[in-house]
Write a protein that binds this ligand. Structure first.
Ligand SMILES: [Zn+2]
Length: 396
């Protein structure tokens, strides 16, 4: 028998509200934690929380007074029902506020929540009557909501607002997102260096350059909160980013073992044969058939975008094969002819992409000038013949 959470959940929420109203700190942390966690683990509580407009504001207040969760993006710590833009719309004639760094802005919000919470005289806080703030909230929670609303209204009044804010890019979310500036984010984790270096290599295959941002990658998109970013990132990695799946074919599924067991003898020719096996294997998979538009739940994607992204993936695979083809041909030449050339001869060569910037650029130029490409290259394409002819110049 399911435990009936109605009215238990409501009683819990009311206890939390009374604790804030009465300035009672003992046990409030536990109440706040249970109120936050229950909707995550219990469907009935999630529905009850969703149907109570005051719940999100209460959780926002607790998140900032207790500092729960990450603070990286503009709406972090604010549940999805608390939308600063919607709150700000009720305010007219706000003065202009200067834009500050995200970390300073979030810190100011935390300090304000702490100051409100510390004030023993609850009634000192104005009884904020705003349509967008539920009336059945403690004064302190209303004061915090007013602070968020007022701050956002002042940012909107700044003429540079449109340059620094845009709507969250997660499908169905309209909360404001501060445009990411790389140094504001901790997502660039040093332990991912090798992955990032390899990603830079594949980006070079697609665009011919390692500079510039891939605007379609979630890491470079604008999201209101970490929750929205994670939802999009998960979907992108599992359904959109085909390059992620390359790890399954790392230098060819069939030959990986052989390469590992005989690492000392890894040569450009072997790497080329492995890449060829990878291309043939990928060409057979269902994933690489003509792009069929699958409805994404979070990632914003049109049919055209989906097709263009798949084509970029195919181009990258082909250019990669072209570089290795040239290397394999040079590798077979007499030593005196190839003595000055550094060829890819290790499994991790793509993480040393800076050695091969020119090679990728030259192969890409040959590939792009070919009249037709015919999907994933399998070794007998005419443009690969041209790469072979030019092989001595590829690794100049
Ligand atoms: Zn969002």
């Amino acid at each position: 028998m399911a435990f009936p959470f109605d009215p238990t959940f409501g009683v819990l929420v009311n206890l939390l509200k009374a604790s804030i109203e009465d300035n009672e700190h003992e046990g409030r942390g536990l109440l706040a934690r249970v109120a936050r966690v229950l909707p995550l683990v219990c469907r009935e509580c999630a529905l009850l929380a969703r149907d109570d407009p005051s719940f999100g504001f209460l959780m926002a207040y607790c998140a900032y007074t207790y500092q729960t969760g990450t603070r990286e993006r503009y709406c972090d710590g604010l549940p999805s029902s608390v939308d600063p833009m919607r709150l700000a719309q009720a305010i007219t004639g706000a003065p202009v506020r200067q834009l500050v760094h995200m970390s300073d802005l979030l810190e100011a919000r935390r300090l304000k929540a702490k100051a409100i919470d510390k004030d023993a005289n609850s009634s000192a806080w104005p009884e904020a009557e705003m349509q967008t703030i539920p009336s059945n909230l403690p004064r302190k929670v209303k004061a915090f909501a007013l602070f968020i609303a007022g701050w956002h209204a002042e940012l909107v009044a700044n003429p540079r607002y449109v340059h620094h804010f845009k709507g969250c890019q997660r499908k169905g979310c309209a909360r404001p997102a501060m445009v990411p500036i790389n140094d504001q984010f901790s997502a660039w984790n040093p332990s991912r260096d090798a992955t990032l270096a390899e990603a830079a290599y594949w980006q070079m295959c697609v665009t011919g350059s390692t500079t510039g941002l891939d605007q379609r990658a979630p890491i470079n998109m604008a999201f209101c909160s970490r929750g929205c970013y994670c939802a999009v990132e998960r979907e992108y990695a599992s359904a959109i980013d085909l390059l992620v799946h390359l790890s399954k074919w790392k230098d060819g599924a069939g030959s990986t073992k052989r390469l590992r067991s005989d690492a000392a003898k890894t040569t450009s020719s072997r790497l080329y044969r492995a890449a060829l096996a990878r291309n043939v294997s990928l060409a057979r998979t269902k994933r690489m058939k003509a792009y069929e538009h699958r409805q994404t739940q979070h990632y914003p994607l049109t049919l055209e975008d989906g097709r263009a992204m798949q084509q970029a993936f195919v181009d990258a695979l082909n250019i990669d094969l072209g570089v290795l083809h040239a290397a394999a041909v040079v590798c077979e030449l007499p030593a005196r002819l190839r003595s000055k050339v550094v060829l890819p001869d290790a499994e991790m060569w793509r993480t040393e992409h800076y050695l091969y910037t020119n090679a990728v650029r030259k192969v890409r130029a040959i590939y792009k000038s070919a009249p037709s490409h015919g999907g994933i290259a399998k070794g007998d394409e005419s443009w690969l013949g041209k790469v072979k002819t030019m092989c001595m110049h590829i690794f100049d």
